[in-house]
Design a protein around this ligand. Structure first.
Ligand code: PGA
Length: 249
């Protein structure tokens, strides 16, 4: 059971610190907290990863939002997997649709990133999901199967997947329980990895979504930006998964 806060390009240093103080104080007030650092993950922007990892590594895990597909060298502005590993970060998000669409990341590039992560003992969190056109034309499963060609099947147990329909991200639109079930069951039929759901997940709909048997957790964008909102998602996740925690290592 995994819940990840994806902060994207939000929060400066002051805002990050305010959030973390308030969030950890409130988390301490939850009685019978079964979730731990394997289950609660934060993905802040690069400048804050190292400090957060040093201050909070006993309570939470941290995820880099991206990495370079090059190992090292003359690539101004890029951050290598080796650099990420050297600050003890063990997760990198790969292939978020915002990266595929706005930064033109192809399957070829994503495969390189996944392989670099695996070579460095970093767990890639591989995002996938169909467009609205693919959903409307009932081609969503084919589109998903295609996107997931980047997953190395010999290392499938070293990955985490996140199903994020593009039309649901930041829109307030959420697939039905049956639609989520269909995709997660389909992917689980050929890849053996935990699958998170992401896309307009919030404290009102997470109950229903986390209760879907094939959903192993959530990737939360907008609703992870305020401590109270993220705490109530964590509280629900804690209740639901109390007796069925799934490890992610
Ligand atoms: P959202 O973003 O929760 O704001 O829809 C999710 C994501 O893109 O990871």
């Amino acid at each position: 059971m995994i819940v990840i806060a994806n902060w994207k390009m939000n929060k400066n240093k002051t805002e990050v610190n305010l959030f973390m103080n308030e969030f950890s104080n409130k988390l301490n007030q939850i009685e019978t907290l079964s979730l731990n650092k394997k289950n609660i993950l934060f993905s802040p922007s690069f400048p804050f990863l190292s400090e957060l990892q040093s201050s909070y590594s006993d309570k939470f895990s941290f995820v880099a939002q991206n990495c370079s597909h090059h190992k090292y060298g003359a690539y101004t502005g890029e951050v290598s997997v080796d650099m990420i590993k050297s600050i003890n970060i063990n997760y990198v998000m790969i292939g978020h649709s915002e990266r595929r669409i706005y930064f033109g990341e192809s399957s070829e590039i994503l495969i390189k990133k996944i392989n670099l992560c695996l070579d460095n003992d970093i767990t890639p969190i591989v995002c996938f999901g169909e467009s609205i056109e693919e959903r409307k034309s009932n081609n969503h499963l084919d589109a998903i199967k295609n996107q997931l060609n980047i997953v190395p099947l010999n290392n499938q147990n070293k990955l985490i997947l996140a199903y994020e329909p593009i039309w649901s991200i930041g829109t307030g639109l959420v697939p039905s329980v049956n639609e989520i079930k269909e995709v997660h069951s389909f992917v689980k039929s050929f890849i053996n990895a935990p699958i998170l759901y992401g896309g307009s997940l919030n404290n009102k709909n997470c109950d229903e979504i986390f209760n879907i048997h094939e959903v192993d957790g959530g990737l939360v964008g907008g609703a992870s930006l305020e401590p109270d909102s993220f705490i109530s998602i964590i509280t629900k996740a804690n209740e639901i998964f109390k007796n069925s925690i799934k490890d992610v290592d």
